[in-house]
Ligand binder design. Structure first.
Ligand code: 13P
Ligand code: SF4
Length: 290
């Protein structure tokens, strides 16, 4: 089974069995009866599929496809942070390593983070890692105070506020839709905030015919395929760069995917003790977000 995230190159999305956000892809990885899962996404996503399917072969076309959020939260430093807050309930964004998941009480994605945090006992303090931008947005939406780990996504932090303001002036009817990993000043300018799948759904259901999209541009492929009569504008990074394509996601190519299918390599391998500890908070997430 070939799973692909919305940030993959268009030609990979076009041949995938399932295209989705982190939550949908985790659900599909949990429920598949395929013997081999090729995860066209980044390392933490393929690792999650392996945690859920220890006896299956889980392949990632390029093992170097990491994530700045996962890298910003090393397991030992996270253990020290937790030790400073021994009574906190630990909620970790799925964009983290298996070793950090293994230290967490609950995993969330950007699709379900607000709803999961709202379900936690009101008298329990919460640690949220590793994305401080998502964490601030979840705190605002849920009304809960969160103690944040100071990580961020290098892709969602590059968007230029000036370029966004200019785009809004040039396209006054366009709706601004943003991923919650963006910086707070950008989220303040958004009409709608949500995970990749929620942004796609919003584009499908909104009356607007033009959108300014504040997330990785890979998702524009599905938006344009599903909604050919609507217009989608990318927002450039600061200094006009187009550095909002995720450098990790884009390491996967059609050639590397072909190599995976031909050789069943490179495969994700995990320490069994870490895997079993990391499984619990993922299962809790899947149960709580049914
Ligand atoms: P989604 O869960 O919204 O697909 O986000 C994944 C991601 O890595 C965003 O940068
Ligand atoms: Fe990680 Fe950001 Fe890339 Fe998503 S877009 S995989 S959060 S670096």
């Amino acid at each position: 089974m070939i799973l692909a995230h919305y940030y993959q190159n268009a030609e990979i999305q076009d041949i995938a069995d399932v295209i989705g956000d982190s939550l949908e892809l985790s659900r599909r990885a949990a429920n598949t009866d395929a013997d081999v899962i090729v995860f066209c996404g980044v390392h933490f996503m393929a690792e999650t599929a392996k945690i859920l399917n220890p006896v299956k072969t889980v392949l990632l076309p390029d093992l170097d496809a990491g994530c700045s959020l996962a890298d910003a939260c090393p397991a030992e430093a996270f253990a020290a942070f937790r030790a400073q807050h021994p009574h906190h309930y630990v909620v970790s964004y799925i964009n983290c390593s298996a070793a950090v998941k293994a230290q967490s009480d609950l995993i969330c994605t950007s699709s379900n983070a607000v709803s999961l945090v709202q379900q936690l006992p009101a008298d329990r303090p919460i640690l949220f890692a590793p994305d401080q931008n998502l964490g601030r947005w979840v705190a605002r939406q849920s009304g809960r105070e969160l103690t944040l780990w100071p990580g961020s996504c290098i892709v969602h932090e590059t968007f230029s506020e000036q370029a966004l303001l200019k785009l809004r002036l040039d396209h006054p009817g366009a709706e601004v839709i943003a991923h919650p990993e963006c910086l707070p000043n950008m989220l303040d300018l958004a009409d709608f905030i949500g995970s990749t799948s929620k942004l796609l759904h919003r584009a499908e259901t909104s009356d607007a015919t033009a959108f300014i999209v504040l997330t990785e541009p890979g998702i524009l492929h599905q938006m344009r395929l599903k909604l050919p009569h609507k217009t989608f504008h990318e927002v450039p990074g600061q200094d006009g760069c187009s550095c909002n394509a995720c450098p990790y996601m884009r390491l996967n190519t059609l050639e590397k995917l072909w190599h995976c299918l031909a050789t069943l390599e490179p495969a994700i391998e995990l320490d069994e003790a870490v895997r079993t500890r990391a499984l619990l908070p993922i299962q809790r997430m899947l149960e709580m977000s049914r």
